[in-house]
Design a protein around this ligand. Structure first.
Ligand SMILES: [Ca+2]
Ligand SMILES: [Ca+2]
Length: 584
């Protein structure tokens, strides 16, 4: 079993459970083998321990000893039932280990943990670490052409692996999908999605739903035609491709004038959520291109939308468009969180999104019906949403933009919230999100398309507020209102984690990893990690002990585009940090 075998003894407390699992696994046809198997020792155990079935992925949120899915569950709630680290004990939270990623780019990798091994990525490598000690087990580099970074608009990043039956799956900046052996890091297959040179790239962590590996393309700022792909887990063969912009003559192609659809953008660069009961994947799409909306009059489906799709076929079952004919780079790729909420006296199956456009949406995930949409940040581009359809009511300012004027608009292209995922706590009923308080002056100009080059058709400059540029907020999904907020001068761009210990974890671009009281928002704990945090905190347990892990490493979208000189005093350099409670 190579390097994996020696880890098993550190998990001796779970051996009995494993043996039971193996018995069940072998049970139906091979009962007689049980005794032999038990006597066969660790090699057999370790082999079987690699299996993590589709059911394991489905149950991920309720099995805190591992983290098998991006977002800590198909529902992307990023909420853990673990409570050993809580409001009372968090003062004893200390680092257990740190591992250098040996990379100076921004780090956004979501850690996957299975059987005592943690898997993390950078744009340039995939790594397996002993989760308890931080020791590197293997590291496999990613080779891509040196010219590739020019087609990645907003950070040379990778958001992590997917895992299934002993294999890891990741994407590469030059638009390939790779399968690796989880035990050794050896490449099993590598498939090309598309030629990267025209502005296509991958940063997304793949989703495995109903046995299909799903990826979404990046490149919304380069005049691409967006798509979402389904891949065969075993062979790497592409099973389907669903374009996020219909082809000529297809349904909704009339929402694009002339041949504007060909360079219409609508990327799909963040991981979707999945409801196994409905067998629907929810995947957000990005802005239409170019930003100049007068160049492509019409709703521009399916840009700035959510698509509900069948994972087996890629069929679009329903769609909802947040920002029709969007001029403002309001990607709708942000995390689509699945929950069941009481709305107007009835329990509804919903998805929720804190959209870049400044509205917090609640949508019926069975049908796509708009239920609620309220501003969670300053919004001037619209006066509100139609209460029945959710369609934005554009403000006088947006009308002036459309007439060619230069106008100050809120929120900016950074959005009311950027990609950094929020958490949802089903007990408090609140979403916890790092929101952005940034405006911009904006004017549409003639766009010029050149393959692999920014395709904006707009001139813009950021408008900074006097005080905080961002707030960690506890948001009521039904009203958009904040129960509490924690300001930050340099805005937080990290993911958020909620725990049953009544804590919220997140981090700052100046390096602080932080814990807050979920009820009051009071800051309870902080640790300086030495580089900016734009990654995604997770929590897990082993041998009865709770751990918290976050990847740090400053950089990516805000650092690249804000010109915020205050970040100069925070050095780059990515690491994985893991924390646990010091003994009393
Ligand atoms: Ca789990
Ligand atoms: Ca965009």
């Amino acid at each position: 079993m190579g390097t994996h075998g020696p880890l098993i003894p550190t998990y001796s407390g779970r051996l009995d459970k494993k043996i039971v699992r193996i018995r069940e696994f072998m049970g139906r046809n091979m009962k007689a083998l049980n005794t032999t198997l038990l006597a066969a020792g660790l090699t057999v155990l370790a082999t079987a321990a690699f299996a993590q079935s589709l059911d394991d992925l489905k149950n991920d949120a309720s099995t805190p000893e591992d983290i098998l899915t991006y977002g800590m569950g198909y529902d992307l709630k990023r909420h853990s039932p673990l409570d050993q680290i809580n409001r009372e004990t968090v003062k004893r939270l200390v680092p257990v280990w740190s591992y250098s990623l040996a990379d100076n780019r921004g780090q956004e990798s979501f850690p996957i943990i299975h059987d005592g091994v943690m898997y993390v990525t950078t744009h340039a490598a995939t790594m397996a670490l002993d989760a308890l000690s931080g020791r590197q087990i293997w590291k496999t580099t990613v080779d891509y052409p040196a010219e590739t970074p020019r087609v990645a608009c907003c950070g040379i990043v990778n958001r992590g692996v997917a895992i299934h039956e002993g294999k890891l799956y990741r994407t590469t900046l030059d638009a390939h999908v790779v399968a690796l052996d989880a035990a050794t890091g050896a490449e099993i297959w590598k498939s090309k999605a598309i030629d990267f040179k025209a502005g296509y790239s991958f940063t997304v962590a793949p989703l495995i739903a109903n046995g299909v590996l799903i990826t979404g393309i990046s490149g919304g700022e380069y005049g691409i035609r967006g798509f979402i792909d389904g891949w065969d887990l075993e062979s790497g063969e592409r099973l389907w491709r669903t374009y996020t912009i219909p082809g000529a003559g297809e349904k909704h192609s009339d929402t694009w004038p002339g041949d504007t659809a060909k360079t219409g953008g609508a990327p799909a660069w963040l991981t979707g959520s999945y409801d196994p009961e409905l067998d629907l994947v929810y995947w957000g799409t990005g802005n239409p291109g170019p930003w100049n909306a007068e160049f492509r009059k019409g709703d521009n489906l399916y840009a700035s939308s959510v698509l509900a799709m069948r994972p087996k076929t890629g069929e679009i079952v329903w769609h909802f468009q947040f920002s029709p004919n969007d001029p403002y780079d309001y990607d709708a790729t942000n995390d689509l969180v699945i929950a069941d909420l009481a709305i107007d006296g009835a329990m509804r199956k919903v998805i929720m999104q804190a959209n870049r456009n400044g509205y917090f949406y609640v949508i019926d995930r069975t049908s796509g019906e708009f239920l609620k949409g309220n501003a969670f940040e300053r919004v001037t581009w619209a006066d509100g949403l139609d209460p029945k359809t959710g369609r934005p009511i554009e403000s006088e300012l947006t009308k002036k933009i459309r007439a060619g004027e230069k106008i100050e608009i809120w929120p900016s292209a950074f959005g009311g919230k950027n990609w950094s995922p929020m958490a949802f706590n089903p007990t408090t009923g609140h979403a916890y999100a790092n929101t952005l308080h940034i405006g911009w002056t904006y004017k549409q100009v003639e766009p010029q398309y050149r393959a692999g080059v920014f395709y904006f058709g707009a001139e813009f400059a950021w408008v900074w507020p006097k005080g905080a540029r961002g707030y960690l907020r506890a948001i009521d999904p039904l009203t958009g209102k904040a129960k509490w907020e924690q300001p930050s001068d340099i805005p937080r761009m990290a993911g958020v984690l909620s725990t049953a210990g009544n804590l919220i974890f997140t981090g700052r671009m100046t390096g602080e990893f932080e814990a807050f009281d979920i009820e009051t928002g009071d800051a309870l704990w902080v640790f300086q990690t030495g580089s900016g945090i734009v990654g995604q905190p997770v929590t897990w347990e082993a041998e009865g002990k709770q751990y918290v892990t976050v990847v740090n490493g400053g950089g990516a979208v805000y650092a690249l585009f804000s010109g915020d000189e205050r970040l100069a005093s925070t050095p780059p350099g990515g690491s994985v940090w893991t924390f646990a409670l010091m003994d009393e």
